[in-house]
Design a protein. Structure first.
Length: 214
């Protein structure tokens, strides 16, 4: 996250959609280097292997309170009165036989909307409290898939606009980046090492997995 204000950095921890909301502060965060917003997207299956016919559920929810680090480094909490998504870039991609990635939509997958607004390949957060999204993906075609998120996301919080200030991270403890090996010639910065470095730096965040026949 490059354009972070050195005066006040607003940090929002969006937690997984569940029966309760957790409030977390990243422990590896330095003043002036923290992302203004962290969105943790929960996935119902974090394995690197899935099967044709499997259903994967994605979900996230805004907590009731968010926090910021002030100039003194103190943590200040605020209630979330109003939240509005402006631009959240997260999508599912399918890696073709020529190592080119295309967005995975029908017929490769079937997307079932549940909560939130609607785009072709994803849902957006609801516009009323509690701010959350949830939807399901059914895999119809075997192959290598990966979720990718980008850093240039925007939102409006309590009447203030924050652009290019959100990190969208997948709730996956282990990521098998070796599944993406072979994309080296398909785009810039597409080595496995580049994927890992971009993921760790929150420039892009990935969740690669393979879908196979039973």
């Amino acid at each position: 996250m490059k354009n972070i204000s050195l005066l006040i950095v607003v940090l929002i921890g969006l937690t997984f959609y569940s029966t309760t909301c957790r409030e977390e502060i990243p422990t590896n965060c330095e003043i002036g280097l923290c992302p203004p917003m962290y969105v943790y997207i929960n996935v119902s299956n974090s394995n690197d292997t899935m099967y044709v016919g499997d259903t994967l559920e994605l979900s996230a929810q805004v907590p009731e309170r968010v926090y910021e680090f002030n100039r003194n480094g103190d943590t200040v909490w605020h209630n979330v009165v109003n939240f509005h998504e402006q631009a959240m870039d997260y999508a599912l991609y399918f890696l073709g036989s020529n190592a080119e990635a295309v967005k995975a939509d029908f017929p490769k997958v079937t997307i079932i909307k549940s909560e939130g607004g609607s785009y072709i390949d994803r849902t957006t957060f609801t516009t009323e409290y509690p701010y959350r999204f949830r939807y399901k993906i059914v895999f119809n075609t075997p192959g290598i898939y990966f979720f990718q998120t980008a850093y240039d996301n925007g939102y409006n919080l309590n009447g203030e606009s924050y652009m290019r200030g959100a990190v969208l991270e997948w709730n996956v403890s282990i990521k098998n980046f070796e599944l993406l090996r072979g994309r080296e010639s398909s785009c810039q910065n597409c080595t496995v090492e580049d994927f890992i470095a971009n993921d760790e730096a929150d420039i892009y965040n990935y969740f690669p997995f393979v879908v196979i026949e039973r």
